[in-house]
Write a protein that binds this ligand. Structure first.
Ligand code: BEZ
Length: 216
């Protein structure tokens, strides 16, 4: 996927949104942000996705994480569409801003393009407080995203960041489950870093690289 990717800084564009005009880095400052794009307003899958984001907003609030949508229509169209989204979700309010991009000038700069359709995609970047991309999803327009997976991936990023990336989260990990210790950490370091202890899986190779520990 050409364009900005993991580790890159999101360009500090000035964006017009349903909640006013601001520079992206001002919005990203001091918290994590889930930035998610949509092919267009008044489309069925997007309506369900933006509604789900509104329903899940309290989960993102609890984690101190901001939401920022983007759809390739203008602000007035977004405001009209929000009435449909809120009606569809039976009253969940769309309080997060939605960026207007009626001329499709912003999405290529954010690398939120579907290369197959050569148009706007169902992309999602999780952006850190340093305005750098920490995780990206790219889905085709025919596949709606899974908000539980967005939250789960976000929880993994927050947990790894809290532990200076000395831990990682294994397959299907959920909060409160054991994590694994990074291969960059020796057993000696791990003993100091994780006084609660860790368990090394006994595998045929005897390489001792799969070590689980419990952190909070
Ligand atoms: C949708 O959001 O429903 C959608 C958008 C573009 C193409 C197909 C579906």
């Amino acid at each position: 996927m050409p364009g900005i990717t993991l580790g890159d800084t999101v360009p500090n564009l000035e964006v017009e949104t349903t909640n006013g005009t601001f520079k992206l880095h001002d919005y990203f400052a001091d918290s994590w942000t889930v930035l998610f794009s949509h092919p267009g307003d008044f489309t069925p899958v997007c309506t369900t996705e933006l509604g789900a984001m509104a329903k899940y907003a309290h989960e993102f609030d609890k984690r101190g994480v901001k939401l920022l949508g983007l759809s390739c229509d203008d602000v007035q169209s977004h405001k009209d569409w929000i009435k449909d989204i809120e009606a569809f979700t039976h009253g969940s309010k769309v309080k997060y801003p939605i960026i207007a991009d009626p001329n499709k000038e912003i999405i290529p700069q954010l690398n939120m393009i579907d290369p197959i359709e050569n148009g706007p995609s169902r992309a999602l970047h999780i952006v850190g407080p340093d305005s750098k991309i920490k995780l990206s999803f790219l889905y085709p327009s025919t596949t709606g995203r899974n908000m539980d997976e967005v939250l789960r991936a976000l929880d993994s990023l927050l947990m790894a960041s809290k532990h200076n990336n000395k831990i990682a989260t294994p397959v299907n990990w959920k909060p409160d489950e054991p994590v694994v210790i990074s291969p960059a950490v020796s057993d000696e370091e791990a003993k100091k870093m994780f006084p609660q202890g860790f368990k090394t899986a006994d595998l045929p190779s005897k390489k001792g690289y799969l070590r689980h520990t419990q952190v909070s």
